[in-house]
Design a binder for this molecule. Sequence first.
Ligand code: IMP
Length: 432
Amino acid sequence: MPATIVLGGQWGDEGKGKITDALAGTSGMVVRANGGSNAGHTISTPQGVFKMHLVPSGILSPGTTCVIGAGVVIDPLQLASELAELRARGVDTSALVISDRAHVVLPFHAEIDRGEESLRGEAPIGTTLRGIGPAYADKVSRRGIRMADLCDERTVRADLNKNFEARNRLLTSYYAAEEVDAAATTEALIEAAEILWPFVGHAEDVVQDALGRDERVIVECAQGAMLDIDYGSYPFVTSSSPTSAGACQGAGIAPNQIDRVIGVFKAYSSRVGSGPFPTELFDETGHQLRERGREYGTTTGRARRVGWFDAVAARRVVRLNGVTEIALTLLDVLDGFDPIQVGVGYTLDGKEIESVPTISTDYDRVEPVLAPSAGWLEDITSVRSMEELPARAIEYIARISSLCGAPVSMVGVGPDRDQLVPVGNLTAAAAR
Ligand code: IMP
């Protein structure tokens, strides 16, 4: 049985965890493909609200194997504490597999992240300061430590020692920062490695074996495709590939093993950190959108920037990622707005442009072409089937589908598991 990719279609925080969680019940396996503890999933279940950063959302579905793939960068201290918390709340974590090839985020990575942000002065990226960029930089520079190395008691102390020595020199001399306490941190890391090593293995083989057994495998990307290192608004991006191609690489799955790519989009837009955001709202409407959508970061607590749905960016993401269907989340947040605007085009210095600018200072000057949709002004949080949706909400969904070039298969009308409404494969033609 082929695999399904769940990816964020915007700048992250689209509610991917909720979609993965919904699919996990009928899947044998959920694999996390990229990113690290910069991500944050909030999942609301009858057992309460769970906030996780590294453990795949599928952990809450009994019987689902959860894999952290080679493309993820793992903060061992964070992962060990997440597992302890899940266990303390009665969640069975035994079906977790951690790739031995996944790179480790070490405490000095966060310090380097902080140092780089302060060197950027007036134009910081607004990273999560979790050390993600520096950890991926070490991986690509071939001086990183992988989970297999961290769990190898023969060499780990020497490896860490070498790393701490070089990085502490860098921290003090280049970033004018404090040294990381190498001795204490080494002990904490080794303690975390002892907790994690029973879960560490050849994740790509585990994934391929599941596919070979005809199990449905869900690959979960962190962040959003607009934050992709290659195709996002560089340099205001993350350091991995939260795309369908990145999902294959990070999970150890071949492209021809994928038959479904679910692009998760909010019914509007949000972005954390700096970078271009043409449909951003700075007025009272933006304030209301932020409050109604509870747009505050899971990882950093930062207020998110919010704006109308950007169909230009979304269409690009659908094309580049082969999105086969859209999950449109947080539709209920728009209950109170009429009209609801959609960014359907871009202008740059007064001229219409067809594509997303590559240079971020150009992208910054882009003005959106907005086109209104009629609002439904009705509470849709208790809607459980497509038939119960107001006609104007169906028109809005159909419009998003037509602008993006993919059918909408489900819509989110609230945070709970049962507030995900299947809408068939809604397209503009089907809605008529
Ligand atoms: P980094 O991934 O911490 O290096 O941050 C780079 C950019 O990606 C910043 O703008 C962050 O706010 C953003 N970012 C990273 N992870 C997430 C996420 O899970 N959701 C939303 N934005 C994120």
